[in-house]
Write a protein that binds this ligand. Structure first.
Ligand code: ZN
Length: 365
């Protein structure tokens, strides 16, 4: 008798909880699942058949699938970390011609959050970029461009911004970039651009480090940074644009989780309420009902609002203090469209010197 390993990819497409969820019953799918459950009951332990399956959504699987004798062991495969990303990049570039300036170590550091498939795609994108450039080998520039394309979306050369829009975008992104540089606990600034990409008019791009836990200070700084765009526009032009909607959504999302899930509000204290994410992942709607009183709901709302307002005025204080640096960054963006993190730091220094402030004070604590 031979042995076999059977691998089922995307098991959630047939193994979803029966009779639950929002989509209603799905006869064909349920029959497949029933058949599979019946077959898996039939294997004898001695037959030497290992059945494996993969999914990104273990939470929606039918409990019967996870009983002993079926898929009774779970192995969590997290996203690769820097060293692992380097190894994955090397596997995918093995049969491609690489230029001498390509450094996989740096590329691995610059691609946090990417999965194996993302990295494979990145190498292919870089190869296409090299071909388009008429080069016989993949250079560092191709990897940089490919990463920008994968992470930020294609540049939209057809999109013409008016002069005012461009100026507003330069100050908006300048505000993000300045805060990303001077705030002590955030991710370091990689670069900032006002080239329209994908859905965005401009992008300020930090390099997230590999981290497993995040401090309250990190979240405070991240919210402050997100506020930087609209605050800069407010300081310089005295009015707001709709462009900051994403920033507010991001900031509010973090503040909400700080208060509701991570116990980072002193007034609320060490209590956690399940996130609304559960519904999003396909859990039963019934199980995520509100578990707290109206008073608590009011307290949560107040605390979320307090965090957001505090960080907004912190952003405002810092940007006012660095008003000249902000202007220099915006002018550099209007001139060159993209500037790097170190260039931003230099412009902030220059702004401080010009306005007579001690320049070693660049980190605003
Ligand atoms: Zn923004």
């Amino acid at each position: 008798m031979g042995s076999a390993i059977i691998f089922v990819d995307e098991i959630d497409s047939i193994g979803r909880k029966r009779g639950a969820g929002l989509g209603g019953g799905h006869d064909e799918r349920e029959q497949t699942l029933n058949q599979m459950l019946a077959e898996m009951d039939g294997f004898e332990p001695s037959v030497g058949i290992v059945v494996m399956a993969a999914t990104n959504r273990p939470d929606v699987l039918d409990p019967a699938l996870l009983r002993p004798g079926r898929f009774d062991r779970q192995i969590v495969v997290p996203l690769p970390e820097s060293g692992e990303r380097k190894a994955i990049l090397e596997v995918h570039s093995r049969d491609k011609r690489m230029g001498p300036d390509v450094d996989m170590e740096t590329m691995a550091q610059a691609t946090p959050g990417m999965s194996g498939a993302d990295l494979a795609n990145l190498v292919n994108e870089a190869a296409l970029m090299a071909v388009r450039r008429g080069s016989k080998e993949i250079g560092r520039i191709d990897f940089e461009n490919a990463r920008d394309r994968v992470v930020l979306g294609a540049t939209r050369e057809s999109m013409i911004l008016s002069v005012e829009e461009k100026r507003a975008t330069a100050y908006h992104e300048g505000g993000h970039a300045l805060l990303a540089t001077v705030l002590p606990h955030g991710d370091p600034l990689h670069k900032v651009t006002i080239l329209p990409r994908g859905m965005a008019l401009g992008v300020t791009w930090s390099l997230p480090q590999d981290r497993h836990t995040y401090s309250k200070e990190y979240f405070d700084d991240t919210i402050c940074k997100a506020m930087g765009g609209r605050v800069a526009e407010m300081i310089v032009f005295g009015h707001l644009n709709s462009g900051a909607a994403n920033d507010l959504e991001q900031a509010t999302g973090i503040a909400r989780r700080m208060v509701r899930e991570w116990g980072m509000s002193e007034r609320v204290g060490p209590m956690a309420w399940s996130s609304q994410q559960a519904v999003f992942l396909g859990e039963d709607l019934m199980s995520s009902q509100r578990e707290y009183s109206d008073d608590t709901a009011k307290l949560l709302d107040e605390e979320i609002a307090r965090i957001l307002t505090e960080q907004e005025s912190r952003a405002s204080d810092i940007l006012t203090k660095h008003r000249r640096g902000l202007q220099l960054i915006a002018e550099a963006l209007l001139e060159d469209e993209t500037i790097t993190g170190p260039e931003v730091a230099k412009l902030i220094q220059q702004g401080m010197t010009e306005s007579g402030q001690p320049s070693e004070d660049i980190i605003a604590r």
